[in-house]
Design a protein around this ligand. Structure first.
Ligand SMILES: C[S@@+](CC[C@H](N)C(=O)[O-])C[C@H]1O[C@@H](n2cnc3c(N)ncnc32)[C@H](O)[C@@H]1O
Length: 272
């Protein structure tokens, strides 16, 4: 439904395959476009993100799906029936004047490369108009209905991940996909994020009997790690490399030797 930087759409099925067979509630505290949530379609979930206009899109999906469709349709028609770039820039200027869910929704589907970029200092959205044609209102409506079904069990909240993770109890599962790369702070607006604090929150969850899965390295070629973070010893029980379609499982090793070859993979750490 949404286009989002760092979306896990391609890896979602495999990520889900490494979740525990049984758990109580599902938490996704760095929701973004919710690729993993939508793939898992859990019976009970708490889905959250610190980015307010984004969460308002999710909340509207359940409060009034028809309104979400209208938001898209109205903007799509203005866009398709006039000067596309000019219409896009008008929507972008309005968003930058007052951040809002309706404009963000259309911008993420129509901006260049689907990469909604925000300036760190003031959250200014700077991506130019994309060269592609954004999907039709009819196609968008179908996606809305589909995502509505898949995310029925979720409650959507604007929350810092620390708050969300504190609410997880024994037997719950938390999947974290944080903005781990320094460059990503540019992408998601002026949000404060420190990996060390996330490790601390994960340790507290683990101690309470909460299962935690963490995506950490983004898309990378194994053997050439994109980011070399120091992972606290004994926090994770397993490290899994998730690829588009196949995966390689191995014991977690400190200082982790990288896998041979040039497989594009996503790194997943598990506390269980
Ligand atoms: C890598 S993206 C998640 C992408 C998601 N897995 C998907 O499939 O689209 C990281 C998300 O974390 C959110 N974020 C950044 N700092 C946060 C914080 N302190 N608390 C909660 N969410 C935060 C950003 O708004 C962004 O949507």
């Amino acid at each position: 439904m949404l286009k989002w930087v760092g979306s896990k759409q391609r890896f979602a099925h495999e990520i889900v395959s490494f979740f525990p067979a049984r758990f109580e509630r599902y938490f996704e505290p760095f929701l973004g476009s919710g690729a993993v949530l939508g793939t898992l379609a859990p019976a009970r979930a708490v889905a959250s993100d610190a980015f307010q206009p984004l969460m308002e899109i999710w909340q509207t999906l359940h409060a009034d799906a028809e309104m979400l469709k209208r938001w898209y349709k109205d903007r799509w028609h203005t866009f398709a029936n006039g000067d596309k770039v000019e219409a896009y820039e008008r929507i972008k200027a309005r968003y930058n004047d007052a951040a809002n869910a309706a404009d963000l929704l259309f911008l993420c589907r129509s901006c260049y490369g689907g990469v909604v970029r925000f300036r760190m200092a003031d959250g200014f959205m700077s991506t130019p108009c994309g060269a592609h044609s954004p999907i039709s209102p009819a196609a968008f409506s179908k996606r809305v209905d589909d995502w509505h079904r898949r995310t029925k069990g979720a409650e959507f909240c604007v929350m810092d991940y620390t708050e969300a993770m504190k609410a997880a109890r024994r037997g719950d599962l938390v999947y974290c996909d944080p903005p781990y790369k320094e460059t990503q702070s540019i992408l998601y607006g002026a949000q404060r994020f420190r990996l060390e604090e996330l490790f601390e929150a994960i340790a507290q969850c683990k101690a309470r009997g909460v299962f935690v899965a963490l995506s950490i390295d983004g898309t990378k070629r194994s053997g050439n790690r994109v980011c070399n973070v120091r992972i606290p010893p004994r926090l994770f029980e397993r490290e899994v490399f998730v690829t588009c379609g196949r995966s390689m499982l191995r014991r977690f090793q400190m200082g982790g030797k990288t896998l041979e070859g040039e497989v594009v993979a996503d790194r997943l750490l598990l506390t269980y």
